[in-house]
Write a protein that binds this ligand. Sequence first.
Ligand code: NI
Ligand code: MN
Length: 226
Amino acid sequence: MSITLTWLGHGTQLLDVSGYKLLVDPFLADNPAAAAKPEAMQPDYILISHGHFDHISDAVEIARRTGATVISNFEIATWCSNQGLSAHGQHLGGGHQFPFGYLKLTLALHGSALPDGSYGGNPAGFLLTAEGKKIYLACDTGLFGDMQLIGDEGLDLAVLPIGDNFTMGPADALRAVRFLRPKTVIPVHYNTWELIAQDAEAWARQVEAETRSSVRVLKPGESFSL
Ligand code: NI
Ligand code: MN
Protein backbone atom coordinates (compact mmCIF):
# COMPACT_ATOMS: atom_id res chain seq x y z
CA MET A 1 0.00 0.00 0.00
CA SER A 2 1.12 3.54 -0.61
CA ILE A 3 -0.07 6.87 0.70
CA THR A 4 -1.09 9.44 -1.87
CA LEU A 5 -1.30 13.14 -1.14
CA THR A 6 -3.09 15.41 -3.62
CA TRP A 7 -2.70 19.16 -3.28
CA LEU A 8 -5.98 20.86 -4.15
CA GLY A 9 -4.65 24.42 -3.84
CA HIS A 10 -3.88 26.67 -0.87
CA GLY A 11 -3.80 24.55 2.31
CA THR A 12 -6.27 21.95 1.05
CA GLN A 13 -4.95 18.42 0.71
CA LEU A 14 -6.53 15.04 0.08
CA LEU A 15 -4.76 12.03 1.54
CA ASP A 16 -5.48 8.50 0.45
CA VAL A 17 -4.37 6.21 3.27
CA SER A 18 -5.17 2.48 3.44
CA GLY A 19 -8.38 3.00 1.50
CA TYR A 20 -9.52 5.95 3.62
CA LYS A 21 -9.84 9.47 2.24
CA LEU A 22 -8.71 12.29 4.53
CA LEU A 23 -9.56 15.81 3.42
CA VAL A 24 -7.40 18.45 5.09
CA ASP A 25 -8.52 22.09 5.52
CA PRO A 26 -11.21 22.20 2.81
CA PHE A 27 -11.24 25.58 1.05
CA LEU A 28 -12.50 24.99 -2.48
CA ALA A 29 -15.63 26.95 -3.44
CA ASP A 30 -14.11 30.38 -2.73
CA ASN A 31 -10.50 29.45 -3.47
CA PRO A 32 -9.28 31.01 -6.75
CA ALA A 33 -6.57 28.31 -7.02
CA ALA A 34 -8.79 25.32 -6.21
CA ALA A 35 -8.34 22.19 -8.31
CA ALA A 36 -11.65 20.60 -7.29
CA LYS A 37 -15.19 21.48 -6.36
CA PRO A 38 -16.47 20.77 -2.86
CA GLU A 39 -19.33 18.71 -4.34
CA ALA A 40 -16.76 16.26 -5.72
CA MET A 41 -15.30 15.49 -2.31
CA GLN A 42 -16.23 12.16 -0.69
CA PRO A 43 -13.95 12.01 2.36
CA ASP A 44 -14.18 9.60 5.27
CA TYR A 45 -12.51 12.14 7.56
CA ILE A 46 -12.03 15.91 7.46
CA LEU A 47 -9.00 17.28 9.30
CA ILE A 48 -9.21 20.94 10.32
CA SER A 49 -6.02 22.59 11.53
CA HIS A 50 -7.58 25.86 12.72
CA GLY A 51 -10.69 27.97 12.43
CA HIS A 52 -9.79 30.46 9.69
CA PHE A 53 -12.16 30.59 6.71
CA ASP A 54 -9.48 29.54 4.23
CA HIS A 55 -9.22 26.19 6.06
CA ILE A 56 -12.78 25.46 7.10
CA SER A 57 -15.13 27.19 4.66
CA ASP A 58 -16.39 24.00 2.95
CA ALA A 59 -16.01 21.65 5.91
CA VAL A 60 -19.52 21.81 7.34
CA GLU A 61 -21.24 21.31 3.97
CA ILE A 62 -18.98 18.39 3.01
CA ALA A 63 -19.27 16.73 6.42
CA ARG A 64 -23.06 17.11 6.42
CA ARG A 65 -23.42 15.64 2.92
CA THR A 66 -20.98 12.74 3.36
CA GLY A 67 -21.20 11.97 7.06
CA ALA A 68 -17.40 12.32 7.27
CA THR A 69 -15.97 12.63 10.78
CA VAL A 70 -14.29 15.95 11.51
CA ILE A 71 -10.99 15.71 13.41
CA SER A 72 -9.75 18.92 14.99
CA ASN A 73 -8.93 20.52 18.29
CA PHE A 74 -11.55 20.20 21.03
CA GLU A 75 -13.08 23.66 20.45
CA ILE A 76 -13.55 23.24 16.70
CA ALA A 77 -14.75 19.65 17.13
CA THR A 78 -17.37 20.88 19.62
CA TRP A 79 -18.37 23.72 17.24
CA CYS A 80 -18.90 21.08 14.53
CA SER A 81 -20.80 18.62 16.72
CA ASN A 82 -23.07 21.47 17.86
CA GLN A 83 -24.06 21.74 14.17
CA GLY A 84 -24.98 18.06 14.10
CA LEU A 85 -21.74 16.80 12.54
CA SER A 86 -19.72 13.77 13.58
CA ALA A 87 -16.56 15.11 15.21
CA HIS A 88 -13.54 13.89 17.15
CA GLY A 89 -11.69 16.37 19.36
CA GLN A 90 -8.02 16.12 20.32
CA HIS A 91 -5.46 18.59 21.57
CA LEU A 92 -1.90 19.63 20.95
CA GLY A 93 0.50 16.78 21.64
CA GLY A 94 -2.31 14.24 21.82
CA GLY A 95 -2.54 11.37 19.36
CA HIS A 96 -5.27 8.87 18.60
CA GLN A 97 -5.33 5.58 16.73
CA PHE A 98 -7.85 5.78 13.88
CA PRO A 99 -8.61 3.03 11.33
CA PHE A 100 -6.29 4.86 8.87
CA GLY A 101 -3.38 5.38 11.28
CA TYR A 102 -2.15 7.24 14.34
CA LEU A 103 -2.79 10.98 14.18
CA LYS A 104 -1.17 13.46 16.53
CA LEU A 105 -1.91 17.18 16.79
CA THR A 106 1.24 19.28 16.77
CA LEU A 107 2.04 22.84 17.78
CA ALA A 108 1.41 25.63 15.30
CA LEU A 109 2.08 29.35 15.77
CA HIS A 110 -0.96 31.04 14.30
CA GLY A 111 -4.56 32.10 15.15
CA SER A 112 -7.73 30.03 15.10
CA ALA A 113 -10.86 32.20 15.43
CA LEU A 114 -13.84 30.62 13.65
CA PRO A 115 -15.67 32.48 10.82
CA ASP A 116 -18.63 33.35 13.10
CA GLY A 117 -16.27 34.76 15.72
CA SER A 118 -16.42 31.69 17.98
CA TYR A 119 -13.29 30.76 19.90
CA GLY A 120 -11.43 28.17 17.85
CA GLY A 121 -8.87 27.02 20.41
CA ASN A 122 -5.22 26.63 19.48
CA PRO A 123 -4.14 26.12 15.88
CA ALA A 124 -2.52 22.79 15.08
CA GLY A 125 -0.52 20.82 12.58
CA PHE A 126 -0.84 17.07 12.05
CA LEU A 127 1.63 14.21 12.37
CA LEU A 128 0.32 11.04 10.73
CA THR A 129 1.88 7.64 11.23
CA ALA A 130 0.46 5.13 8.77
CA GLU A 131 1.69 2.26 6.63
CA GLY A 132 5.12 2.57 8.23
CA LYS A 133 5.44 6.19 7.09
CA LYS A 134 5.48 9.51 8.95
CA ILE A 135 3.91 12.57 7.40
CA TYR A 136 3.94 16.03 8.96
CA LEU A 137 1.44 18.62 7.78
CA ALA A 138 2.59 21.90 9.31
CA CYS A 139 -0.57 23.73 8.16
CA ASP A 140 -0.56 27.48 8.94
CA THR A 141 2.37 28.32 11.17
CA GLY A 142 5.40 30.45 11.66
CA LEU A 143 8.79 28.88 12.27
CA PHE A 144 9.32 27.42 15.75
CA GLY A 145 12.30 25.66 17.26
CA ASP A 146 10.36 22.61 18.44
CA MET A 147 10.11 21.56 14.79
CA GLN A 148 13.39 19.83 15.68
CA LEU A 149 11.43 17.52 18.01
CA ILE A 150 9.02 16.71 15.19
CA GLY A 151 12.03 16.05 12.95
CA ASP A 152 13.34 13.60 15.54
CA GLU A 153 10.37 11.37 14.70
CA GLY A 154 11.97 10.64 11.31
CA LEU A 155 9.80 12.20 8.63
CA ASP A 156 9.18 10.73 5.21
CA LEU A 157 7.26 13.80 4.10
CA ALA A 158 6.71 17.34 5.39
CA VAL A 159 4.12 19.70 3.87
CA LEU A 160 5.08 23.30 4.65
CA PRO A 161 3.57 26.71 3.95
CA ILE A 162 5.87 29.09 2.05
CA GLY A 163 3.51 31.95 1.19
CA ASP A 164 4.71 34.47 3.79
CA ASN A 165 2.47 37.20 5.27
CA PHE A 166 0.09 34.74 7.02
CA THR A 167 2.61 31.90 7.55
CA MET A 168 6.28 31.15 7.13
CA GLY A 169 7.82 32.60 4.00
CA PRO A 170 10.47 30.89 1.89
CA ALA A 171 13.43 31.81 4.12
CA ASP A 172 11.87 30.49 7.33
CA ALA A 173 10.48 27.46 5.50
CA LEU A 174 14.05 26.62 4.49
CA ARG A 175 15.06 26.84 8.17
CA ALA A 176 12.08 24.61 8.97
CA VAL A 177 13.39 21.98 6.55
CA ARG A 178 16.71 22.01 8.43
CA PHE A 179 14.82 21.38 11.69
CA LEU A 180 12.46 18.76 10.27
CA ARG A 181 14.91 16.79 8.05
CA PRO A 182 12.18 15.16 5.95
CA LYS A 183 13.04 12.89 3.03
CA THR A 184 10.66 14.93 0.87
CA VAL A 185 9.04 18.31 1.31
CA ILE A 186 6.04 19.78 -0.51
CA PRO A 187 5.34 23.55 -0.39
CA VAL A 188 1.74 24.79 -0.01
CA HIS A 189 -0.22 27.91 1.03
CA TYR A 190 1.19 30.14 -1.75
CA ASN A 191 0.01 31.63 -5.08
CA THR A 192 -3.64 31.60 -3.98
CA TRP A 193 -3.65 35.39 -4.08
CA GLU A 194 -1.07 37.97 -5.14
CA LEU A 195 -0.35 38.66 -1.46
CA ILE A 196 1.21 35.21 -1.04
CA ALA A 197 2.74 34.79 -4.51
CA GLN A 198 6.03 32.86 -4.37
CA ASP A 199 8.48 31.20 -6.76
CA ALA A 200 8.24 27.62 -5.50
CA GLU A 201 10.71 26.29 -8.08
CA ALA A 202 13.38 28.72 -6.89
CA TRP A 203 12.66 27.72 -3.29
CA ALA A 204 12.96 24.05 -4.25
CA ARG A 205 16.36 24.62 -5.86
CA GLN A 206 17.62 26.39 -2.74
CA VAL A 207 16.32 23.68 -0.39
CA GLU A 208 17.87 20.93 -2.47
CA ALA A 209 21.19 22.82 -2.66
CA GLU A 210 21.36 23.49 1.08
CA THR A 211 19.72 20.44 2.73
CA ARG A 212 19.44 16.70 2.15
CA SER A 213 15.68 16.89 1.56
CA SER A 214 14.17 16.66 -1.88
CA VAL A 215 11.32 18.96 -2.90
CA ARG A 216 8.25 18.10 -4.91
CA VAL A 217 6.55 21.18 -6.30
CA LEU A 218 2.99 20.22 -7.18
CA LYS A 219 0.44 22.12 -9.22
CA PRO A 220 -3.03 22.23 -7.69
CA GLY A 221 -4.61 18.87 -8.51
CA GLU A 222 -1.30 16.99 -8.72
CA SER A 223 -0.43 14.09 -6.42
CA PHE A 224 2.59 12.65 -4.69
CA SER A 225 2.73 9.02 -3.57
CA LEU A 226 5.01 7.56 -0.93
NI1 NI B 1 -4.91 30.71 9.00
MN1 MN C 1 -4.44 30.01 5.90
